[in-house]
Design a protein around this ligand. Sequence first.
Ligand SMILES: CC(C)(COP(=O)(O)OP(=O)(O)OC[C@H]1O[C@@H](n2cnc3c(N)ncnc32)[C@H](O)[C@@H]1OP(=O)(O)O)[C@@H](O)C(=O)NCCC(=O)NCCS
Length: 208
Amino acid sequence: MFRADYASNAHGIGAHRRRYLVYRRAGGNGRRQGSGAEATEAILAITVRALQSTDGAKVLAIYEEAIKSSHATFETNVPTWREWDRVHLPAHRLVAIETDPKKVLGWTALSRFSERREYAGVVESYVFVRADARRRGIGTALLNGLIAATEAQGLWTLQANIFPENEPALRLYQRCGFRVVGTRERVGRHRGVWRDMLLLERRSPTVG
Ligand SMILES: CC(C)(COP(=O)(O)OP(=O)(O)OC[C@H]1O[C@@H](n2cnc3c(N)ncnc32)[C@H](O)[C@@H]1OP(=O)(O)O)[C@@H](O)C(=O)NCCC(=O)NCCS
């Protein structure tokens, strides 16, 4: 069912594997180590690694949760793995897993921005975190992992299209160095309603 020939090494990310410790304030919401003066308590250790062929069903389940919400994506149907695989670039597909147990907590991937050669280093990015694992720094770990992997490969601009109402995504992308380029007004219809979309981008300071 899942693509067996996923060749992460061919795209230079096979070795991409980072371990993050995600911390929570003793009294409450998810928060990373060092982000506040409060005492912190380790809640889980996560690893960001290349997506493997066996992760497909979990990736789609996380996507389905977000599709059912109102502000994550224009997509309204859960794709098959074949469809997901076709629209996302084979390089730089990453997942966050708990080291114990090995649950997939979130994923990040890219799609092509343009066929034109001059835009070869410009790509559209996506980050999705399981609903019960949000606000623990996992989105940040995934997006920072994606930035590092794409810069290492010579890609220079990551962009993202985010509904203005999607405050978590806006915060996540801005804290990872993206800026709001502007608002695209009534750019598409979502469940019968015309929606605005924010275009965000991060231009690599090191590539090019
Ligand atoms: C957007 C998303 C990926 C964030 O993942 P996450 O693991 O919760 O993100 P983090 O814990 O790393 O938090 C990143 C920032 O967003 C903020 N944030 C997260 N959830 C928030 C919420 N519900 N309200 C306000 N801010 C929020 C965090 O506080 C943090 O900012 P800070 O460091 O300035 O405090 C997650 O909410 C998600 O999967 N949403 C559905 C899919 C989606 O919308 N993807 C984006 C379009 S591609």
